[in-house]
Design a protein around this ligand. Structure first.
Ligand code: 5AD
Ligand code: SF4
Length: 469
């Protein structure tokens, strides 16, 4: 449910927080600095832009690093190693805090939605001033005020929400591209995945709110947007007036001045013919589909609760390539799911050979407490998982190298994203299929699309040159 009353309330808190920040910085004789560190996915990256939007409105300025006066970790919990990184860094932060009496520390994001995590922080990391979760991030200004008003740790975690609060401040990391949330949460409960427990039930934004946001982004110089959701293919099903993702794409494609549309992530079970047609028909929609496979074994896919099998997945890939021949297909694959046999793993390798992914993120299965898979017997020994993982990675990499080589010599449109970090005479951009291209150029080219000849493929990237027609 959309809540405009709440938006107004939060702007009142922004005014109040401004006073707190002003008086603190007067006390120390300089502006207060912030550092927001983001772990995890594009959703978290977008959430961090919302945090920064509020921080800058209330008077904080960007600090160089974690020595800032206010450090926020926006956490991820999809795999165990993401959690461990946060604990490790908190150790350092508590030392910095001893040297800086005005320093504050906040933790938010998916990891904070887990009870055991919050208990551990309460017990062992007393240096933390504020903990909040994924559902109440829109209340950040209000939480900031509470933090300034209190000397003890503030914890505000909600189990779930049906609220969507629009039109709060956002500060984009990039001037020319932006993520746009189209939905929040996930209803799929894949048996290994913690996301539905920490991001709550699926909620879609109203199409007119999404369109309005993109229109104003375009007016502000954005050329490329990435529509974000855990499962964009089920967008709009729970709206009062249901809309499909394909319909939304067609609407977004009509926005004048917008140049490129990307989206993430698609679930194979909900990938409709209608959506494939929309990708083919809409000139701004990039020819790139990220279609997580997870496993090639139909037996395991069933236990993973994925609602498709190997054959259905391969059919989808055929259909995509038939209708959009130059489409790049990328994926996520998990190795070492409980009970994964050599035969199951061979099925995954078989799908990789058949699909020939442009690139693939490969993950070692990580046991997440509270998910059905964590309680499954037959967890796979580490050495077996490692061998399978290495084998898969080698195959994935050799195929992506071959695929990348196929484009060498071609001339294709490149959206310029930034000045090259290592060599200032170069700029860096991306092809429609998301591959990186470096070419001679200047910073005024950022945000524009040029026809570039891909002179040399270097594996993960190309060296190119602008072609003048
Ligand atoms: N272990 C390993 N990888 C996981 N993913 C989700 N949960 C787990 C887990 N428990 C991967 C999936 C998903 C990607 C975002 O993270 O492949 O698509
Ligand atoms: Fe996790 Fe599955 Fe939802 Fe993706 S679709 S977030 S893998 S439960």
């Amino acid at each position: 449910m959309r809540d405009l009353e709440e938006t107004r309330l939060q702007y009142d808190y922004i005014e109040k927080a401004k006073e707190y920040v002003k008086s603190e910085s007067e006390k120390i004789g300089r502006p207060l600095t912030y550092c927001v560190h983001t772990f995890g996915c594009q959703m978290n990256a977008r959430d961090s832009e919302k945090l920064v939007g509020v921080l800058e409105q209330v008077g904080y300025v960007e600090g160089k690093d974690e020595h800032a006066d206010f450090v926020i970790y926006n956490t991820c919990t999809v795999r165990e190693n993401a959690n461990n990184k946060v604990y490790g860094r908190l150790g350092y932060l508590s030392n910095y805090k001893k040297q800086n009496p005005v320093m504050k520390i906040a933790l938010c994001g998916c990891m904070m939605q887990e009870n055991a995590v919050v208990e551990k922080i309460k017990k062992s990391y007393r240096c933390v001033d504020l903990i909040f979760g994924t559902h109440n991030i829109y209340k950040f200004a209000e939480l900031l005020c509470r933090m300034f008003e209190s000397n003890s740790m503030i914890i505000d975690i909600w189990k779930d929400t049906d609220k969507i609060v629009e039109e709060l401040p956002i500060k984009r990391k990039f001037s020319f591209k932006s993520g746009v949330n189209i939905m929040f949460g996930c209803n799929n409960f894949c048996s290994y995945c913690i996301v539905p427990y920490v991001r709550g039930r699926e909620r879609s934004r109203e199409p007119q709110d999404i369109i309005r946001e993109i229109e104003s982004l375009v007016q502000d110089g954005v050329s490329e947007i990435m529509l974000l959701g855990q499962n964009v293919n089920s967008y709009g099903k729970n709206l009062e007036q249901p809309v499909t993702f394909a319909e939304l794409l067609r609407e977004v494609n009509r926005i004048e001045g917008l140049k490129r549309i990307r989206f993430m992530t698609s679930h194979p079970k909900d990938l409709s013919d209608d959506l494939i047609d929309a990708i083919r028909d809409c000139d701004k929609v990039c020819h790139h589909m990220h279609l997580p496979l997870q496993s090639g074994s139909s037996r395991l896919l069933k236990i993973m609760n994925r609602h498709y099998d190997k054959e259905h997945y391969l059919d989808l890939v055929d259909k995509l390539r038939e209708k959009v021949p130059d489409i790049a297909i990328t994926t996520d694959i998990i190795v070492g799911f409980p009970g994964e046999t050599e035969e199951d793993f061979a099925e995954t390798m078989d799908v990789v050979r058949k699909v020939r992914y442009d690139s693939a993120f490969t993950f070692i299965y990580s046991k997440r407490t509270g998910t059905p898979a964590a309680a499954m017997e037959d967890q796979i020994p580490q050495d077996v998982v490692k061998r399978r993982f290495d084998e898969l990675l080698a195959l994935v990499q050799s195929i992506s190298n071959e695929k990348a080589m196929e484009l060498e010599g071609k001339t294709l449109p490149v959206l310029i994203e930034e000045q090259n970090v290592q060599d200032a005479s170069l700029v860096t951009g991306r092809l429609d299929n998301n591959s990186v291209v470096h070419l001679p150029g200047t910073s005024d080219m950022i945000g524009k699309i040029y026809n570039v000849k891909l002179k040399e493929c270097k594996g993960f990237y190309y060296l190119g040159e602008i072609v003048n027609e």
